[in-house]
Write a protein that binds this ligand. Structure first.
Ligand SMILES: C[S@@+](CC[C@H](N)C(=O)[O-])C[C@H]1O[C@@H](n2cnc3c(N)ncnc32)[C@H](O)[C@@H]1O
Length: 372
């Protein structure tokens, strides 16, 4: 009998998918079930059917898997913020690694991956020092699961004490109307690996303060040393201030308001431009030893990757917050770059988000002498 929308099915969850859902099979079809855990036996209701897969809602956990736990947050299920509160730390870490490897092999077409270095957050709760919170009709918190409604949140388990204090202040003096506000548990001057950085109110900045130094060190080390480095999507210069110490010249490119901070924070030449307009114009002019990329979730514009392929730097270090677009961009970059380093950062515990850094060497890089 063909299953129908609304039908109830029983299945065992095998893995976690990008997006955070648990995944199992029923009647040969792949079924995505939010808030399920590997090893769970669940009852689920089919919501959207495709020939080979379906999305379902969790009705009941019939038998919990070995990594299911009681959520440490009372808002789990209504708040749309963290999707993995029902999983223990080990399952979350394994899930992120599997999502990254799967994207690189399936979308990126890579047959062999270098060993994965896993950088864990010192704390998996109380770590977050920046967030966008929503407010509407006197409520302050996060958007509900698959909805624009605002769930009123008094205490967020992933916030650090300073960020929670910012949320408390908003709860006491709730803004009128509706909208979103960024709250931060740090001032406009922060310290990363002993270097002072200005972070303006509209600039992007890593949300897990506990990992700032470690992540900076991982990326700066991956970049190596040399004559000329080019950094795209530089933000306030989080990596710039470290990489510039190891290269004779560093050119950093940033499109947004963060460019003002980057110019104050670093000695590099900071250019205000869109990467996809600037980089193609450098083909045949610049011969960098290193290109460092840290694009937003959407990844790099195809024009950036095409230009990168032509420029053929000895080394590319790509810092990504979205494995699927990272993998797409690496596939586009083609076979002349070899993947030599792979690091995963548990930047946002309790969520399915995957932050990673990959190092690629150009296969002719022996002709360049400066890169370690
Ligand atoms: C993920 S953030 C990384 C910032 C910085 N590397 C850091 O770790 O703090 C991406 C940055 O790229 C900038 N950006 C987005 N699209 C861009 C584009 N097309 N060209 C240049 N910069 C862009 C954003 O303004 C943002 O500062």
């Amino acid at each position: 009998m063909r299953p129908e929308v609304g039908a109830s099915v029983e299945l065992t969850i095998d893995t976690l998918a990008a997006g955070g859902d648990g995944v199992g099979r029923h009647d040969g079809r792949v079924i995505f079930v939010p808030r399920s855990a590997p090893g769970d036996r669940v009852q689920a209701q089919l919501l959207r059917l495709h020939p080979r897969y379906a999305h379902a809602a969790l009705v009941r956990v019939l038998e919990p898997g070995p990594h299911r736990r009681e959520s440490p947050c009372p808002y789990f299920g209504s708040c749309g913020g963290c999707r993995w509160l029902h999983l223990d730390d080990a399952a979350q870490e394994a899930g992120r690694a599997a999502i990254l490897r799967d994207a690189l092999t399936r979308i990126g077409g890579m047959r062999e991956l270098p060993p994965l270095t896993h950088v864990r957050s010192p704390r998996s709760l109380g770590y977050r020092s920046r967030a966008r919170v929503a407010h509407a009709r006197g409520r302050v918190g996060f958007r509900a699961w698959h909805s624009h409604e605002v769930v009123d949140i008094e205490r967020c388990v992933v916030f650090d004490a300073e960020t929670q204090a910012e949320l408390d202040a908003l709860q006491t003096a709730t803004p009128r109307g509706s909208g979103e506000i960024e709250i931060r548990g740090y001032s406009e001057e922060v310290e990363v690996a002993g270097r002072k950085l200005n972070v303006g109110p509209h600039a992007f900045f890593q949300a897990n303060r506990l990992l700032w130094d470690r992540w900076f060190e991982v990326v700066v080390k991956a970049c190596g040393t040399g004559q000329l480095a080019v950094e795209l999507y530089a933000g306030v210069g989080f990596y710039t201030v470290g990489v510039e110490e190891n290269f004779s010249t560093l050119i950093a490119v940033e499109r947004g308001a963060a460019v003002h901070d980057a110019r104050r924070n670093s000695k590099a030449q900071v250019i205000r431009a869109a990467a996809e307009s600037w980089l193609p114009a450098q083909v045949g002019k610049l011969l960098p030893d290193l290109m460092l990329l840290n694009p937003p979730r959407s990844g790099c514009d195809a024009r950036v990757i095409d230009a990168l392929r032509k420029i053929a730097p000895a080394r590319v270090v790509y810092v990504s917050c979205e494995p699927s677009t990272l993998a797409r961009d690496l596939a586009r970059l083609g076979p002349n770059f070899r993947l030599t380093g792979l690091t995963l950062l548990d930047a946002l515990p309790q969520t399915h988000h995957v932050e990673s850094v990959v190092t690629l060497e150009h296969i002719d890089s022996r002709s360049r002498t400066h890169v370690q």
